[in-house]
Design a protein around this ligand. Structure first.
Ligand SMILES: CC(C)=CCC/C(C)=C/CC/C(C)=C/COP(=O)(O)OP(=O)(O)O
Length: 346
C-alpha cells in the first residue's frame, strides 16, 4: 500500500476521541462491574454513567485522550487497536483514580460539569473508590491474557510511581516560596507526562512494536503529556468554566505553583514581584486578588512563555513520532490528537 492510500480515511482528532470514548466504554464498564457495590456506585457516578441516586444518566467520563493514545499507538506499530484494549482501560482507570484523589487534595467541588465524587459521597469513600480503581487497572492487565501483560503491569506501576512523586512535589510546592522552573517542569513531567507516556508505550507494546518503536512512542506521549499540562495550567487561569466544566482560578486560590505562575514568579519583572507578594500574603485571596493575580501572571510573561513551551513540546513529540516509523494513518491521527491536546479549550 502506498503512503497516500494508507492515509485514506484519516479521522480528525475529535472523531478519534469519540471513537476512543465509545470504543473503550464497554470494556471499562465491564471492568467497573467487577468492583464491590460501594465502589462501583462511586466509579459509575465519577464516569457520569449514573447520578448520585444510582439512576442512569447520559455520561461524561472525560475526553478519553489516554485510551485514544493507547489504541492509536498499537495501530502505529502495525497492530490492531483491539490488542491494546486492556492497556487502554488500565490507563483510563489509573487516570480516574488520580482525579478522584486530586479533587480531595485540592478541595475541588466541580469536575466534568458535576459535583466531585468526594463532595457527594464523602472524602473517605472517594479515596477508597480511587484506590479500588487503581487496583482494578492492574487486575485488567493481569486478566488480559496478553503475552506481554507482565511488562504492561510494570509500565503502569512505573508511571504510577512517577505520578505520585509529581503529585507529592505539587503539594509540597504550595508551601514553598522559592520553586524554580526546572523543578516545576519536573513535577509536571511526573504528574502528567508519565501517564501519557505510558499510555503510548503500553499501546505500542501490546500492538507488537519493536523496542525502538515502544521507546519513541513513550517519548512522544511524555512530551505530549507535558504540553497537555501546560495547556491545563493555562485553562486553569484563562479557561471558560462553561467549557472546561471546572471552576476557574482554583489553582490560584490554592496558591498552586502551576507552570505559568512559576514562570511569572521567576521572571524578574515588577509584575512577578507583585504576584509574589500577593501569592505569599497570609490572607485568603478575594475575587479581586485572583483577577489581579491572573493579570500579573500575564504581564510577567507567564502566559506567553507557557504557550511557547507547549508549542516546543509539540515539536518534540512530533520528532519522536516520526522516529517511531509509524503506519501513515495512525501517525496522522496521533499528530492530530497531539495538536488538539496541546492547544485545547477543555
Ligand atoms: C496521585 C494524584 C492525586 C495525582 C494527581 C495527578 C493529576 C490529577 C494530574 C493532572 C493531570 C491532568 C491534566 C488531568 C486532566 O486530564 P483530562 O483533561 O484528560 O481529564 P478528563 O478525563 O476529564 O478529560
Amino acid at each position: 500500500m502506498t503512503d497516500v492510500e494508507d492515509k485514506q480515511g484519516v479521522r480528525s482528532a475529535h472523531e478519534v476521541l469519540s471513537w476512543s470514548r465509545f470504543g473503550v466504554e464497554p470494556a471499562l464498564r465491564s471492568a467497573v462491574d467487577r468492583l464491590p457495590e460501594s465502589m462501583r456506585t462511586i466509579a459509575g457516578y465519577h464516569f457520569g454513567w449514573r447520578d448520585e441516586h444510582g439512576q442512569v444518566t447520559g455520561g461524561n467520563g472525560g475526553k478519553a485522550i489516554r485510551p485514544a493514545l493507547t489504541l492509536l499507538a498499537a495501530e502505529a506499530v502495525g497492530g490492531v487497536a483491539a490488542a491494546a484494549m486492556s492497556g487502554a482501560v488500565a490507563v483510563e482507570l489509573v487516570h480516574n483514580f488520580s482525579l478522584l484523589h486530586d479533587d480531595v487534595m485540592d478541595h475541588d467541588t466541580t469536575r466534568r460539569h458535576r459535583p466531585t465524587a468526594w463532595s457527594v459521597f464523602g472524602i473517605n469513600s472517594a479515596i477508597l473508590a480511587g484506590d479500588s480503581m487503581l487496583m482494578l487497572a492492574l487486575d485488567v492487565l493481569a486478566d488480559s491474557g496478553h503475552p506481554t501483560a507482565q511488562q504492561g503491569v510494570r509500565m503502569i506501576s512505573v508511571a504510577v510511581q512517577a505520578l505520585l512523586d509529581g503529585q507529592a512535589a505539587d503539594l509540597a510546592f504550595e508551601e514553598r516560596g522559592d520553586v524554580d522552573l526546572l523543578e516545576c517542569v519536573k513535577m509536571a513531567e511526573g504528574k502528567t507526562g508519565a501517564l501519557l507516556g505510558c499510555a503510548c508505550e503500553i499501546g505500542a507494546l501490546f500492538g507488537g512494536g519493536n523496542p525502538d518503536q515502544v521507546a519513541h512512542l513513550r517519548g512522544f506521549g511524555e512530551a505530549l503529556g507535558l504540553a497537555f499540562q501546560f495547556a491545563d495550567d493555562l485553562l486553569g487561569i484563562w479557561g471558560d468554566p462553561e467549557v472546561t466544566g471546572k471552576p476557574v482560578f482554583s489553582d490560584l486560590r490554592n496558591r498552586k505553583k502551576s507552570l505559568p505562575v512559576v514562570a511569572a514568579l521567576n521572571s524578574g519583572t515588577e509584575a512577578g514581584r507583585e504576584l509574589d507578594l500577593l501569592y505569599h500574603s497570609d490572607h485568603p485571596l478575594s475575587g479581586d486578588d485572583l483577577r489581579r493575580a491572573a493579570d500579573l501572571v500575564d504581564l510577567a510573561g507567564g502566559r506567553a512563555w507557557s504557550q511557547a513551551r507547549a508549542d516546543d513540546l509539540l515539536s518534540r513529540a512530533r520528532g519522536h513520532l516520526v522516529a517511531a516509523e509509524p503506519t501513515a494513518r495512525a501517525a496522522a491521527e496521533l499528530d492530530a490528537v497531539a495538536e488538539l491536546a496541546s492547544h485545547r479549550d477543555h
